[in-house]
Design a protein around this ligand. Structure first.
Ligand code: ADP
Ligand code: MG
Length: 629
C-alpha cells in the first residue's frame, strides 16, 4: 500500500498560516508596526492606500537587519525573539512566533529594505507569494522599510471577502490607534491615500491619548494608579458624564500589549455603578503591568486574548482602584444627572462685591408662534426651506386629539412600569383626583408640566405623559422631511464662521457625507484633515451651534451604517430635530403645551420619536387604582 501522507511544501504551509495571521490589511499593519517596535524604533511611519488593500508600508528607524537576516525573516518560524519554550513565559517583545513575515509574503508582493547601523549598505529584497524575486545591496537609512502590495492577490476568495476601502481603513486605523496609545515613547505618522491622518510626536501618556482622540479629552481624563505585588495599573478613565453609547473606546493593555477581556471590562464598568446610565460605557485607557510569567499570550496568533493567572484578584483590585480614582477626583460625590435646574454657585473671593442677580424674563415668549420665536426653542419659521408651515399651521384637523389618540392607542400596550412623581404636592393631588372623575372632558383640563420635562394631560381613561423633547423632535422631523421633499434647500452664511476639530475616526465618516451636507444647506471646508470650517448653515439653523449640528449628523450617520435603507436626508432630519427640539428643563406655558400636543397628534407617528424612542406613556385609571390597594 502506498503512503498517502506528504509534508506540505513551505509556500502552501505559509498560505495556510496566513489564513490565521492575516485576516485583513489591518492584521498586516499590526504585525509590521509591532516588528518595528520590537526592533527598538523611535519613529514609525505608516502609509496605506485604499485602506491597505493596495499598499501598506511601514518605515522604521529601528535596528535594521543584516543581509542574511533579511533573507531569513521570510522563513516560517524564523524569529530572533525567542529560542526556548521557556522564553514564551518571559516575553518582552510583541512578536515571538516568527510567522508574520512568512505568512504575509505568502499572500502578497513584499519589498523589504533594511540596513544595520554598523553597515554602509543595506539590502533590498522582493518576495512574491513566498518566492524571493530579487535581492540586492542598496543604500538606505538605518532601519527597515517594508511595503506590502496587493494583499491576497493569489487568493481571490479572500480578496473578494475584504470590505470596502472605507471599512478596511477603519480597521487599519483602529490597529494603528491601539499601538500608538501604548507606545507614546515612539513618534508615529500615518498617511492614508496621501492624506496625513496622524502626526504624533513622542509624548507622555496623557498627551498621547489627547493626540489620538483630540484636545477635548484633556479635561475628561481621570488618572488611575495602583500597585500591588501581582499587579500594577496606570492610565485613565474618563469622567462618567463622557460615557458613550458605544464600547469603542475601552482600551486595556497588559505589559504594553493591547488585549480584550470582557471580565475586566465588567470590573471597570461596575466601578461606575450608579454614576452612568445603563447601556453607556465610559472610555478608558488602562495599562496593566504583571509579571510576564503570570500571563499566557500564546492563545491565538492575533493575540488579543490573554490568560491571566490572578484573574479574580486583578478584577477586585482594578475595580477598587477605579472607584478610588473617581472618589479622589470628587467625581462620585458631585455627580448629579439631574442638574438642568440646579444652580452652580461659584465660591466668593475675599472682598468681592456681587451684584444682585437680575432675571430677565420675556413674558411674550412663545416658541410656538412665528413672530416671537426664540432661537433655541423655536419651531422652524415660515419661509424656511425646511418649514413652510408653523406649528399652528400644521395643527391637525383633529379637533379633539383625544379621540384620535384613544383610537391610535387601541392596539398599543400600556406602559405601567414607569413611575410618576407621587410627591403629595398641590398639582399632584389635583391631577390624580381629576382622573378619578371619569366623566371629565380633557379639552377643558389644561396640561401640566412635570419637572419641566414631561407634559401630563388627562384623558378619559386616565392620563398620558409626553416627553416634551421627543415630542418636539418628532414634529420638527416631520416638518423637515415634508419640506425637503418640496422646497429648494437654502444656506445662510454665518457672520462668524466657526471651526472645530474632529477626530480621525470621525473624519472618515465625515468625508463620506461631506458633499451630502452641502445638499442640506451646509457650506463648509476641511483644513489639514482635521479642522472643519463652517461658513454657512441651513437656513433657520443659524442660531444652533454648527458644531453640535454636524456632530449630531455624524452620530446619526454612524448609527445608520447598520441600516442600508436609510437615506441621508432622514439621517439629517433626525440630527437637526435632536439639536433643535426644546430640551428637557425648559418651562412651557399651558398654551405652548397645548400647541405641542396638537402638533404631535398631527404628526406621522405621535407614539415614537424619530430615533425610535417612546414619546407617550399612558397611565390608565385601573393602574392608578391598583396603586392604592
Ligand atoms: P516575530 O516578530 O514573531 O519574530 P516576524 O515574522 O514578524 O516574526 O519577523 C521575523 C523576524 O524578522 C523577527 O524576529 C526580526 O528578527 C526580524 N524583523 C522583522 N521586522 C523587522 C524590523 N522592522 N526591524 C528589524 N528586524 C525585523
Ligand atoms: Mg513579528
Amino acid at each position: 500500500m502506498s503512503e498517502l501522507i506528504k509534508l506540505l511544501p513551505d509556500h502552501i504551509a505559509n498560505q495556510i498560516a496566513a489564513g490565521e495571521v492575516v485576516q485583513r490589511p489591518a492584521s498586516v499593519v499590526k504585525e509590521l508596526i509591532e516588528n518595528a517596535i520590537d526592533a527598538g524604533a523611535t519613529k514609525i511611519n505608516l502609509i496605506a492606500k485604499d485602506g491597505g488593500k493596495t499598499l501598506i508600508q511601514v518605515i522604521d528607524n529601528g535596528s535594521g537587519m543584516s543581509t542574511l537576516d533579511a533573507r531569513m525573516c521570510f522563513e516560517r518560524h524564523a524569529t530572533s525573539k525567542i529560542s526556548t519554550a521557556d522564553d514564551l513565559f518571559h516575553l518582552h517583545t510583541k512578536g515571538f512566533r516568527g510567522e508574520a513575515l512568512a505568512s504575509i509574503a505568502a499572500i502578497a508582493h513584499v519589498e523589504l529594505k533594511t540596513k544595520l547601523e554598523t553597515e554602509d549598505l543595506g539590502t533590498i529584497i522582493t518576495n512574491e507569494g513566498s518566492k524571493i524575486k530579487s535581492q540586492e545591496p542598496c543604500s538606505a537609512p538605518t532601519g527597515t522599510s517594508i511595503s506590502v502590495k496587493n494583499l491576497f492577490y493569489n487568493i481571490p476568495a479572500r480578496r473578494n471577502f475584504l470590505g470596502s476601502n472605507l471599512t478596511e481603513y477603519k480597521h487599519v486605523l483602529s490597529e494603528f490607534m491601539r499601538v500608538a496609545l501604548v507606545h507614546h515613547e515612539v513618534e508615529f505618522t500615518f498617511h492614508n491615500n496621501g492624506d496625513l491622518i496622524y502626526n504624533l510626536p513622542i509624548a507622555g501618556l496623557r498627551q498621547r491619548i489627547v493626540g489620538v482622540f483630540g484636545d477635548k479629552y484633556n479635561n475628561r481624563l481621570v488618572p488611575v494608579n495602583e500597585e500591588t505585588d501581582i499587579f500594577k495599573v496606570t492610565g485613565f478613565v474618563t469622567k462618567p458624564e463622557f460615557a458613550r453609547t458605544s464600547r469603542d473606546q475601552m482600551y486595556l493593555f497588559v505589559n504594553n500589549r493591547f488585549f480584550k477581556d470582557s471580565y475586566f471590562n465588567h470590573a471597570v464598568q461596575s466601578a461606575f455603578d450608579g454614576m452612568i446610565p445603563s447601556k453607556k460605557f465610559p472610555p478608558y485607557f488602562l495599562y496593566f503591568e504583571v509579571p510576564t510569567e503570570s500571563i499566557d499570550v500564546n492563545v491565538h496568533p492575533t493575540k488579543t486574548e490573554i490568560k491571566f493567572e490572578n484573574r479574580q484578584e486583578i478584577y477586585s483590585m482594578l475595580r477598587a482602584s477605579i472607584k478610588q480614582a473617581l472618589g479622589q477626583f470628587n467625581i462620585s460625590s458631585t455627580l448629579d444627572f439631574d442638574q438642568e435646574n440646579a444652580f452652580n454657585i461659584p465660591s466668593l473671593k475675599k472682598g468681592e462685591i456681587v451684584d444682585a442677580p437680575v432675571i430677565k424674563v420675556n413674558n411674550d415668549f412663545n416658541p410656538f408662534q412665528t413672530n416671537t420665536i426664540s432661537q433655541t426653542t423655536s419651531y422652524p419659521k415660515t419661509n424656511s426651506p425646511f418649514s413652510s408651515k408653523t406649528t399652528s399651521q400644521i395643527k391637525p384637523d383633529v379637533t379633539s386629539w383625544e379621540n384620535f389618540y384613544e383610537a391610535s392607542k387601541a392596539n398599543q400596550t400600556t406602559d405601567t412600569q414607569l413611575e410618576f412623581d407621587s410627591t403629595p404636592n398641590e398639582n399632584g393631588e389635583v391631577l390624580i383626583q381629576s382622573k378619578m372623575d371619569n366623566s371629565f372632558d380633557s379639552n377643558t383640563k389644561p396640561p401640566y408640566q412635570l419637572h419641566n420635562k414631561y407634559i401630563i394631560s388627562p384623558i378619559k381613561s386616565g392620563f398620558i405623559m409626553i416627553d416634551q423633547y421627543r415630542a418636539h423632535s418628532r414634529i420638527i422631523f416631520d416638518d423637515l422631511i415634508n419640506n425637503w421633499s418640496h422646497d429648494v434647500v437654502k444656506s445662510q452664511q454665518l457672520l462668524f464662521p466657526e471651526s472645530f476639530e474632529i477626530s480621525a475616526t470621525d473624519l472618515v465618516y465625515f468625508k463620506e457625507i461631506e458633499d451630502k451636507l452641502k445638499t442640506v444647506g451646509f457650506d463648509l471646508t476641511v483644513k489639514d484633515n482635521k479642522i472643519i470650517n463652517i461658513t454657512g448653515v441651513p437656513v433657520d439653523y443659524e442660531n444652533e451651534s454648527p458644531k453640535l449640528l454636524i456632530e449630531n449628523v455624524l452620530a446619526k450617520f454612524k448609527e445608520s451604517q447598520q441600516d442600508q435603507d436609510v437615506d441621508f436626508k432622514t439621517v439629517c432630519a433626525k440630527a437637526f430635530a435632536n439639536a433643535k427640539a426644546i430640551k428637557k428643563g425648559v418651562k412651557l406655558t399651558i398654551e405652548e403645551m397645548q400647541h405641542l400636543i396638537d402638533a404631535l397628534f398631527g404628526s406621522s407617528n405621535p407614539q415614537t420619536s424619530p430615533s425610535g424612542k417612546t414619546i407617550i406613556v399612558t397611565y390608565s385609571l385601573d393602574d392608578i387604582t391598583k396603586k392604592f390597594n
